[in-house]
Design a protein around this ligand. Structure first.
Ligand code: ADP
Length: 400
């Protein structure tokens, strides 16, 4: 076993994903998920050498408890693996305008990240909790924690893409602008696509569609993000599992008055009760929609709204690339696995010269990737599985 591995941590408010990665060989040695944190049913599951394991965590276990379990229970069985961890890479959602590059975590950086809680109240506090928990669980690596930012790849957005047409002092005073998210995934997809097409990333022009529970789409010109659908928060843009994406901003004012709901309830409405869940009234899970849309009217409509919005974005972003569209790439749980979404989208893009190869489309699933358009298609579309953990591991290894 090579002696330089990176532990990658990705914290949500009630979950903690972890993996141990060999950045050079790109091999994932161990991966797992602690979920239902802060609840009585807190649990943890992990995969090592092809075997799956799970365990109950203590009642209302928190992020630090979960990481203690990783180090004192899981890794105590594999001391060589434990010793081979040389640094810890953290996914941090929001870097604001200050942090676009991977950053070594110091007490000052933690303080600065706390000032960004206001901008990402649903994500950054959990990320910082994960950083602090790692420093406790791995005290000998305290000065070897690196933050990799989900906003980082979008630092290249030009002002005409990141400014909202609001009074300009809101940007100047409060930093209200489009930041964009899923940057780690869009960056990985850009690198893989460049590799796949055999051209340098600096010459790559493409549209990256990350379609998971959260979803975003990015226009990439000469290898750099020039526009992206998520905005000031990850709620803007495409239809998502439970987030509404683009809506008329004035309708929130109307709803707040009509329903007399608090700010928190309004936030829950647009972040947790809308999107596919809101439209179907029953599920945010795309597999449910795939299984039911032929018989269930609400699922059919949800699918149509989802596709309509996605097609609109791809069409608009294609116009930003000066006629040099090398590829449209689908990734994320839905992008990688739903032949239905890819088929419906590409069938609507014939005016852009996409010709779907349905056989290729059907076989591109479960981690397989490749081209899903015909060889004669004027423009090409691909499925490429994303790997955000690998990007974080590589950046962390480079940094350390
Ligand atoms: P997250 O944003 O939480 O990382 P994922 O990228 O894991 O989300 O994507 C989750 C979504 O992918 C869910 O809506 C799930 O239903 C969908 N999905 C997973 N497998 C399939 C499949 N075979 N067909 C259609 N949708 C799928």
């Amino acid at each position: 076993m090579s002696q330089h591995h990176i532990l990658v941590i990705n914290c949500g408010s009630s979950s903690l994903k972890f993996s141990i990665i060999q950045p050079k060989t790109e091999e994932t040695l161990l991966s797992g998920l602690a979920e239902c944190l802060h609840l009585p049913e807190a649990k943890i599951s992990w995969k090592y050498q092809g075997e799956k394991y799970q365990a109950q965590l203590a009642d209302k276990a928190n992020h630090a408890d979960a990481l203690n379990f990783v180090t004192n229970k899981i890794l105590s069985d594999y001391p060589a693996l434990k010793q081979s961890i040389k640094a810890i890479g953290h996914r941090v959602t929001h870097g604001g305008e200050k942090y676009s590059q991977p950053t070594l975590i110091t007490p000052e950086v933690i303080d600065n990240l706390a000032t960004l809680f206001e901008l990402a109240p649903l994500h950054n506090p959990a990320n910082v909790m994960g950083i602090k928990a790692s420093q406790i669980a791995f005290p000998h690596l305290q000065d070897k924690n690196v933050a990799v930012f989900d906003t980082g790849f979008h630092a290249t957005l030009p002002p005409h893409a990141y400014l909202y047409p609001l009074p300009i002092e809101f940007y100047e005073k409060y930093g209200i602008r489009r930041y964009g998210f899923h940057g780690i995934s869009h960056y990985y997809i850009a690198c893989k696509t460049a590799e796949y097409l055999g051209k340098p990333r600096s010459e790559l022009n493409m549209i990256s569609c990350h379609l998971g529970n959260g979803a975003s789409i990015t226009a990439i010109k000469n290898g750099e993000s020039i526009d992206t659908s998520m905005g000031f928060t990850p709620c803007e843009g495409l239809v998502m599992g439970t987030r509404c994406g683009d809506v008329d901003p004035a309708l929130l004012i109307y709803l707040k008055q009509k329903l007399d709901i608090s700010t928190e309830e309004t936030s829950d409405l647009i972040n947790k009760k809308s999107g596919l869940l809101g439209l179907t009234g029953s599920s945010s899970d795309f597999r449910y929609i795939t299984e039911h849309y032929e018989k269930d009217e609400k699922c059919r409509i949800a699918l149509e709204v989802y596709i309509h919005r996605l097609v609109k974005y791809i069409g608009a972003y294609a116009m930003l690339l000066d006629n040099k569209l090398d590829a449209v790439v689908f990734t994320g749980g839905i992008g990688e696995n739903s032949e239905l979404v890819r088929r419906l989208v590409l069938q609507k893009l014939t005016i852009l010269g996409f010709e779907l190869d349905q056989e290729r489309n059907l076989s591109a699933r479960f981690g397989q990737y490749g081209q899903i358009t015909t060889d004669c298609s004027q423009h090409s579309a691909y499925v490429i599985p994303t790997n955000e953990e690998l990007v974080i591991a590589k950046y962390t290894a480079e940094y350390i």
